[in-house]
Design a protein around this ligand. Sequence first.
Ligand code: GDP
Length: 331
Amino acid sequence: PGSIPGEQKPRILLMGLRRSGKSSIQKVVFHKMSPNETLFLESTNKIIKDDISNSSFVQFQIWDFPGQIDFFEPTFDSDMIFGGCGALVFVIDAQDDYMEALNKLHLTVTKAFKVNQNIKFEVFIHKVDGLSDDYKMETQRDIHQRANENLGDSGYDQIHLSFHLTSIYDHSIFEAFSKVVQKLIPQLPTLENLLNILISNSAIEKAFLFDVVSKIYIATDSSPVDMQSYELCCDMIDVVIDMSCIYGLHEDAEGTAFDNQSSSLIKLNNGTILYLREVNKFLALVCILREDNFDRQGVIDYNFLCFRDAIQQVFELRNKSQSFLSQPNHR
Ligand code: GDP
């Protein structure tokens, strides 16, 4: 119950020139690798299907450009590749000369658009940890302008690109992925609404619905997100998972250390509480609230159970009515 069949999940394709940082992103976001370890990643030159579908809400596939992959080559099945894809993330190395990357970006989005007009195109201007703030903004403006000019010049004004500044050395990569994934969840308004109801009835300051494995938040209440709160909640998930892995696994148990009984409470020394409850196999709710308001934990827990029921209904509905994300759009 509450689980989501593989085909129904947001599908994301990660593309970009070699060495732009794709495998690093994948390892850091979905496999808990520490950013420094990515220095020793070997370059791959094939399509990688990363099978995280058993552990994550998100489906995710990487696609490299080893030298030249020719889109017009007959063995390249663009219907298959772009057809079922919800978002195409194109990674550009901002520390490098990006002219070739811009050409590839253009070629890729126009090809993908012809196959599937529902794809969301997301450009990660990546490795910005090496750039000063001024230079970051300037780079983003330049890439934005050139990419859109290229599209305009060839008559593709209808293609919309979104841009994100990212780095694996801070939380920006998780934040960017969160935004990408949220666009692919048709029930997002409902989820946000449920979170709003939950926090206002429980005197919670901020609540995030997390994909536990990736620490992507798939929804939050409508109060503004500040990076610090998000980072705190991410850190909490790390702590909980680490503790569960060390102490929580039974000898014979295969599965994950995170299960439907998981919950955790952390009191910070500034009168704030972090409270985590599991929602289903993939998702957890992490809340930030004032210690004084936690007196009424019974109310909060009761409200949480109502919230969890509602979430389950939302995703069951989703399973019944076929989501457009799951339907390859062949033209
Ligand atoms: P791929 O060929 O696109 O899969 O690229 P890799 O993931 O192999 O990354 C190439 C190099 O870029 C590696 O040495 C990474 O450590 C480095 N890298 C990846 N992401 C970042 C980042 O956000 N900042 C910095 N400074 N380096 C990065």
